[in-house]
Design a protein around this ligand. Structure first.
Ligand code: PFF
Length: 458
């Protein structure tokens, strides 16, 4: 049941919508803690290189497939070749796996928004506050449910347009506020002669480089740019023929990387100045542990105001992303089973709640559960980002190289003008699957702690 395709009005419309899906918790919450964990400056460098080469090529490829076929992931792969339909299904599983735990983090954002709007910056800044909150069963479930319910209501009533409009205003404010907070953090660190954190984040230290730096950066790239999960194929299917795929991809990439970089600049130097380099290993809680301390230092009134405004903006960035995640899942189920939209939304809501529950409880009553040494949320995150997405990306590249041939993508890009980085694309599309395969194998080794007697050091 193919709905009539509407299109984005123009390039700006396309870029903003795609950036709205791309910029979210991945940039603000996930990027800083990975950068902190995987070597700081060297992670930044690896991420930037992968983004402009590999990320760019895959983005161009996905948008082109979407625009060429005029269909979303499953239909698009099917149209390219019947035998490839399974890739579409594999890609479609990813949003269904991400949505539940994405909503757990979204719940944390709502909790902090409540804390700051009720003037409790000093409470949020106390040591152990975040751990206490996430350990509480009632609170974790409550805020996770609120976030999921808001997402479902928007998808159910089809008011995405309204949210998108608001977020088009919110996003630029988020960028401005982030620049302000990052500047505040850096200047106050510099005035105290405290350069360690800033240098750790900005200056690549090659002794911190390891294969896991590449694994983590690649997983983050997919997640953050909404790649290898069929999303950009769907967006491409709505794109008009006269809009440039190449320059749109550059802009999305630039916007996405910019916000991630700023988020790291707010978080990483602050962690180092509050708790030293050892503090960087906080994992998923990093943003929620550090930023409240930064806000609290601004004084009781300013701190609560800046904190509240910041978390409202983060909430909007998170919502635009979670809405596009849920929308994708709903439309796939609807197309496949021809179920009515309201019922589908309800099924997805209940499903996401049940699937997300273990992730929400993994920091409290189920904190004893350790999957390959990870808490439940981190484990689900690992499986989607470091296993399934690389597989989808490898298969997508293989389809392009050997089924439709790179020429098909190039022709689609050239419909709207010259393809400036054609050579890069032609090389990357063949190199990428090999690189991805190596990365995939290493990440599995790492997860199972296989080091061949120390031969492989992660
Ligand atoms: N790219 C989003 C982020 O960085 O937060 C996550 C995401 C949103 C992935 C929407 C996929 C998607 F459809």
């Amino acid at each position: 049941m193919e709905k009539k395709r509407s299109s984005f009005t123009g390039k700006l419309g396309f870029v903003l919508a795609a950036a709205g899906s791309a910029v979210g918790l991945g940039n603000l919450w996930r990027f800083p803690y990975l950068a902190a964990q995987y070597g700081g400056g060297i992670f930044l460098l690896v991420y930037a290189i992968l983004s402009v080469t590999f990320g760019f090529s895959l983005m161009v490829a996905e948008i082109s497939i979407g625009r060429k076929t005029g269909l979303s992931a499953i239909g698009a792969f099917q149209k390219l070749n019947k035998k490839c339909t399974f890739i579409g299904y594999l890609a479609a599983i990813v949003p269904a796996m991400i949505l539940p735990y994405y909503s757990v983090i979204g719940g944390w954002v709502i909790k902090y928004l409540v804390v700051f709007t009720t003037g409790q910056a000093d409470v949020a800044a106390t040591d152990g506050y975040f751990e206490g909150f996430t350990a509480s069963t009632g609170q974790s479930i409550l805020f996770f449910s609120i976030f999921l319910a808001i997402t479902a209501v928007v998808v159910l009533f089809g008011v995405e347009k309204g949210v998108e409009k608001v977020s088009k205003i919110m996003m630029p404010i988020l960028v401005v506020l982030s620049v302000g907070i990052a500047a505040y953090v850096c200047i106050s660190n510099a005035l105290n002669g405290d350069w360690d954190g800033i240098l750790y984040y900005i200056k690549p230290d090659f002794s911190n480089f390891g294969i896991m730096t590449v694994v983590a950066a690649m997983g983050q790239l997919f997640y953050s740019m909404s790649l290898a999960m069929g999303i950009m194929i769907t967006y491409g299917s709505y794109m008009k023929k006269d809009v440039s795929i190449e320059s749109s991809s550059h802009q999305i990439e630039f916007f996405d990387m910019g916000v991630a970089f700023l988020a790291g600049l707010m978080v990483v130097p602050s962690v180092v100045s509050y708790s030293g380099i050892e503090g960087l290993n906080k994992g998923p809680g990093l943003m929620f542990v550090t930023l409240p301390k930064v806000f609290n230092d601004m004084g009781p009134v300013t701190g609560n105001i800046v904190g509240a405004v910041f978390f409202v903006l983060v909430l909007f960035a998170a919502l635009t992303s979670s809405i596009s995640l849920m929308e994708t899942v709903v439309s796939i189920i609807q197309d496949k089973f021809h179920i009515e939209r309201k019922l589908t939304c309800l099924i997805v809501l209940i499903g996401a709640f049940l699937i997300g529950l273990p992730s929400a409880l993994g920091f409290g009553v189920w904190s004893g559960v350790s999957l390959l040494g990870m808490d439940i949320l981190t484990f689900v995150d690992f499986v989607t980002n470091s296993i399934i997405m690389p597989i989808v990306a490898i298969l997508t590249c293989i389809v392009i190289c050997y089924v439709i041939k790179p020429k098909a993508v190039i022709e689609e890009v050239e419909v709207s003008g010259k393809f400036h980085l054609k050579k890069l694309f032609n090389v990357m599309i063949y190199v990428a699957p090999i690189l991805l395969l190596v990365i995939l194998v290493f990440s599995v080794f790492e997860a199972f702690d296989i080091t061949f007697g120390g031969f492989l050091k992660f």
